[in-house]
Write a protein that binds this ligand. Structure first.
Ligand SMILES: Cc1cc2nc3c(=O)[nH]c(=O)nc-3n(C[C@H](O)[C@H](O)[C@H](O)COP(=O)(O)O)c2cc1C
Length: 330
């Protein structure tokens, strides 16, 4: 049975990918994930702000040597603090590459065009097989229109792509006005894959203390549905790779994402809850499902439930929306 898939031009033994998270922080954990069957691993993100801070500190250091300037001396702890983080990131890429045989995908997280994007080249030089660029942001400025935000994002992605030879995937938010159009714009400028979707960590309110209460809840399978819809919409149009990220907790979830058109299925929450060995049971389940349904390769059924044969997906969605509302009786 052939579980292999091609993602961003990389040949993976199977479509299960460990998504960006602390699961890549220790090489021994990454090894366990590989041994349990991971097809590839995405590292946690290095943030635009971290890289900017390092670059600012470097410039400051060169132009105003610390020993000749008390202000710079007081600045120096910040400098070391910030510089070490990106450096450590590069060392972690090297360590993972030494420890693993599966592809290692570095993750950068930023949305503004700037010098930080060149860091992608350093990740490439450290051995990363691909870059996943997470465009996480909350569009809170009422003076900035959607087209301006998207223009900045496209410029940012273009800068990252322009600085490396390895493939670049873009991890998107589900909150674009026209996600299908934006995905194709990303492809036009050279993105090799789209990761659907970024997950927003939504702070709650504490109504006793009148404080904002940050929280990090792990996902459940209900979050997959949003991904399925957009995978099914994008799959017929996108020439490159699609990855599902969010709400994959079982073999059934993984199969659904593949049927919708995903080339890879990223998992994080379920591994944080259950540990690396869960990957093995997901793979065993995938093989049994394929066996029961007479498939011998993942390629045979990928996208079988996308909207390729639907003449007007927008009308189809509106029709289903109306049907579901009309079906409720009191
Ligand atoms: C603890 C934790 C840390 C994460 N760190 C990152 C990160 O650094 N960069 C990123 O793009 N996504 C990060 N994510 C998001 C995951 O990559 C993934 O998109 C999200 O958890 C949805 O997948 P899941 O339902 O399988 O958990 C993180 C998620 C968790 C739970």
């Amino acid at each position: 049975m052939d579980l292999s898939t091609t993602y961003l031009g990389l040949k993976l033994a199977n479509p299960l990918v460990v998504g960006a998270s602390p699961l890549s922080d220790h090489t021994h954990v990454a090894r366990q994930l590989q041994d349990a069957g991971a097809g590839a691993i995405v590292m946690r993100s290095l943030f635009e702000e971290q890289i900017d801070a390092e670059q600012r500190a470097l410039r400051h250091h060169v132009e105003t040597p610390a020993e000749s300037n008390p202000e710079a001396t007081s600045f120096f702890p910040n400098f070391t603090e910030y510089q070490l983080v990106p450096d450590h990131y590069l060392r972690q890429i090297e360590d993972l590459k030494r420890a693993l045989t599966i592809p290692v995908i570095a993750s950068l997280n930023g949305f503004r065009p700037g010098g930080w994007t060149e860091y992608a080249r350093r990740c490439e030089q450290a051995g990363a097989d691909a870059i996943e660029l997470n465009l996480y942001q909350l569009a809170t400025d009422p003076t900035v229109a959607a087209n301006q935000l998207e223009a900045d994002m496209l410029e940012t992605v273009g800068l990252v792509i322009g600085s490396v030879k390895i493939p670049v995937a873009v991890k998107l938010s589900p909150f674009h006005t026209a996600p299908a159009h934006f995905a194709l714009e990303l492809e036009k400028i050279g993105a090799r894959g789209i990761v659907l979707f970024n997950r927003f960590y939504q702070p709650d309110f504490n109504i006793e203390e009148l404080e904002v209460a940050p929280q990090l809840k792990l996902s459940d399978s209900s979050e997959l549905l949003l991904r399925l819809r957009w995978l099914a919409v994008l799959s017929p149009h996108v020439k490159g790779s699609l990855a599902a990220s969010g709400g994959v907790h079982s073999t059934r979830d993984a199969v659904k994402a593949l049927l919708a058109g995903a080339h890879t299925v990223q998992v994080v929450s379920v591994l944080l809850k259950n540990g690396p060995r869960l990957l093995t049971s997901l793979l065993t389940g995938l093989r049994s499902w394929m066996d029961e349904h007479g498939y011998t390769s993942v390629d045979e059924f990928r996208g079988a439930m996308n909207l390729a044969r639907c003449p007007d997906p927008g009308a189809y969605e509106r029709a289903n929306y109306q049907k579901i509302l009309q079906s409720w009786r009191v």
